[in-house]
Design a protein around this ligand. Sequence first.
Ligand SMILES: Nc1nc2c(ncn2[C@@H]2O[C@H](COP(=O)(O)OP(=O)(O)O)[C@@H](O)[C@H]2O)c(=O)[nH]1
Ligand SMILES: [Mg+2]
Length: 381
Amino acid sequence: MHIKKYRATSLKEATQIMKDELGAEALILGTRVVPDENDKRLKQYEITAGYDKFEVAEETKEKVAKQNLAKDISFADEMKKMTERVYQQGKAPKEKVKEVYGLVPKASSETEKQKTVPVVDNRVKEIIKNLTEKEVQKSVVLSIMEQLKKYKNFLSKDNLENYVQTCLGSLILTKTLDLNVKKQNKVIALVGPTGVGKTTTIAKLALIAKIIHKLDVGLISIDTYRLGAVDQLKSFADVSHTDFLVAYEPGEMPALMKKFAKKDIVFIDTVGRNHKNDAQLKSNLDFLSAVKVDETFLVLSATSSTRNLIEIAKKFKMFNYSAFIMSKIDEAVVHGNIVNLSSKTGNPIAFLTNGQTIPDDIISADKDYIANLIYTGQLRS
Ligand SMILES: Nc1nc2c(ncn2[C@@H]2O[C@H](COP(=O)(O)OP(=O)(O)O)[C@@H](O)[C@H]2O)c(=O)[nH]1
Ligand SMILES: [Mg+2]
């Protein structure tokens, strides 16, 4: 699944640009009017298009491939290139190449240290300060510094930040959820505290599954209060013409699942409960335990402190979740808590959500993206 945005001064023009690039098969997921980037007094039309990887025009594929190539130059690639360069210049004995890949202990001659360390050391101090300000925990910062040490002799003030971000990324675990699951009757549940964005995230995932993958989607809401907590998902189901059922008792769950047996994918929305109250949590668990759930995600707000995130992650362990969904990254001031959470708990991040717009504001978790988000605070998409 790919989502891309197009802007132009008229809707017609934006549609044309989209069709030229993605072909006639691309789907328009949404349109909105936005201020012109260059002149805020003017308006532009923005189209959000959804397209399948294989429907993209050849020419575009090449363009995208080139961009990705530039973007994807990973730490290992960069190390390889540098090593080759040094090698070609005839300055590197074989041991040096091994050392780069951490196969033998690094050389530590005083002259080598003196050549690179002073410039880099000053920058490293700034980097530690930046990471700390982003609320990256000390243990994580130390781990990054440990990794950096290995490459000490190859660092310069120009490449240092890239290395730091790569080291940071290596401490973030991610998981991909394939939504293209036709005829699999895949059951996905979202759990988490109240107000973190579970229902909104389900609406985003459901719409992507429906529109982009053309899946038959079913929605189940667990309402343990009988207080109309399901209204929000029901409204979404009505508008998007998605089948929707409500369970009021755990015992009703098998029958509801039977009704949805032919659905490609079923999303179960739970009502947020106080994570400090085990009995309340357990009541949600009783519903989910009554059926076979393929995958459970714990939704956590990126605006929470590391301490709270870790505490909530512990409390929800009983749900046996496979990954986190970090919501509201657009509202968080700093994002160090994401790497703290992932490295501390050993659980991966599956998605990030960055706003209230359905289905646009959801991003599949990617190490490079998260490392850049933490390091720079930029939400670039
Ligand atoms: N800014 C922002 N708001 C969000 C995001 N996800 C959800 N929300 C908002 O958070 C509020 C609570 O969301 P809801 O889905 O009802 O949370 P739930 O109680 O966990 O189901 C709503 O106003 C949503 O529009 C997000 O990624 N960014
Ligand atoms: Mg909800």
